[in-house]
Structure formats: C-alpha cells, structure tokens
Design a binder for this molecule. Structure first.
Ligand SMILES: Cc1cc2nc3c(=O)[nH]c(=O)nc-3n(C[C@H](O)[C@H](O)[C@H](O)COP(=O)(O)O)c2cc1C
Length: 172
C-alpha cells in the first residue's frame, strides 16, 4: 500500500476515461472509504448513491450540462457515477459530505483509478426529478446534493500537480 502523502500528491482530477469497467471490489473499497470520513459529532449526515440505472445517469448528465450551460458531457464518459448528498439537519453537512468526497477520491487514486468531483448536485437534487430519485429509494429528510464523483480507468497519464502557492501555510 502506498504512503498516504504519496497518494494525496499523486491524485489528479481525471477527465478522460477508458471503457474498462471498474472491478466490484474496487468500487466497494472506494465507497467504504467514503463511509469512514469523519463527520460532525459522528452523526454521519451524508449518503452515497451509486447510479446504476442508465436512464438516470443520462438524465443527470443532461441536467448537469444544462445547469452548467455547456454542451459537453459533464461526466466525461466515466463508467461509474456516484452522488453524495448530506442531511441539512446537521450544521456540518457540507463539510461532512465534502470529506466523504475526498476520502473516495483518494481511495480511487490509491487503487490506480481516476476520479473527478463534478459539481451542481445541489441544483439537480433541488428539482422534482432529483427529489423523485430519493423518494424511489425511500430516503426521507432534507438532503442537499454535495457532489458527483465520476470514476474509471484513466485514458491518459495524469498531469503534474500545479505548484502549491507560497502562502498556503502560516505559523503564528
Ligand atoms: C467543489 C469542487 C467542485 C468541482 N467541480 C468540478 C466540475 O464540475 N467539473 C470538473 O471537471 N472538475 C471539477 N472539480 C475538480 C477541480 O477542477 C480540480 O480538483 C482542480 O482543478 C484541481 O485539480 P486536481 O484535482 O487535479 O488537483 C471540482 C473540484 C471541487 C473541489
């Protein structure tokens, strides 16, 4: 297993994927990593939805592009799509959900997979369609979309990370 800092440094957002499917065990490990993210007061406010239904995937793809106002595939053709939402009841829900996203991205990198946070889940899940998906799963409560994670095998070498800015860390 790689050292944590090496994985963190090597993870890059991936925006081009091969069509090689992601092994079930690798997906399970990524999802499990998400569930081990710390959450405010340990209340585990987020939920993770793996989008398997091709129709739902296509609808979210279309909605996401529309919200963005761009005519691209916002999911970059990735074979796997996951959405993180978090329960607004908890004051830390956005932080909680963001850490779930981070854990999953880093686990994906450790497993040799590419991933990318795709935004606009908030807007998608504010729509009647988004709400109907939660209803379909029997999920009750006031959930806000935090982000989508697209996952797959990278089609090209990741770019080098940009230099970290000078004034990132202070000591007082
Ligand atoms: C909150 C958040 C939203 C993001 N939304 C998008 C997005 O919608 N589409 C996309 O291609 N990348 C998105 N990204 C990826 C960033 O562009 C990327 O993390 C950043 O450029 C740094 O590159 P790196 O991840 O390779 O270090 C998002 C990242 C974050 C943290």
């Amino acid at each position: 297993m790689a050292k944590t800092l090496d994985v963190l440094k090597q993870r890059r957002s991936c925006r081009a994927f091969t069509n090689r499917p992601v092994e079930k065990e690798k997906m399970a490990a990524i999802l499990e990593a998400g569930t081990y993210a710390p959450t405010g007061m340990g209340k585990q406010s987020p939920i993770i939805i793996v989008i398997k239904d091709p129709k739902v995937k296509e609808t979210l793809r279309r909605m996401n592009a529309e919200i963005m106002g761009a005519k691209i595939d916002p999911f970059y053709g990735a074979p796997e799509l996951v959405v993180v939402l978090a329960n607004k009841e908890r004051p830390t829900y956005i932080y909680d959900g963001s850490l779930v996203m981070g854990n999953m991205m880093n686990e994906a990198a450790d497993l040799g997979l590419g991933s990318c946070w795709i935004h606009r889940a908030k807007e998608e899940f504010e729509t009647e369609y988004g709400k109907s998906l939660l209803k379909r799963l029997g999920i009750e409560g006031d959930y806000e979309g935090i982000g989508h994670l697209v996952i797959g095998y990278p089609a090209k070498e990741p770019a080098q990370p940009v230099k970290r800015k000078e004034n990132y860390i202070y000591e007082l």
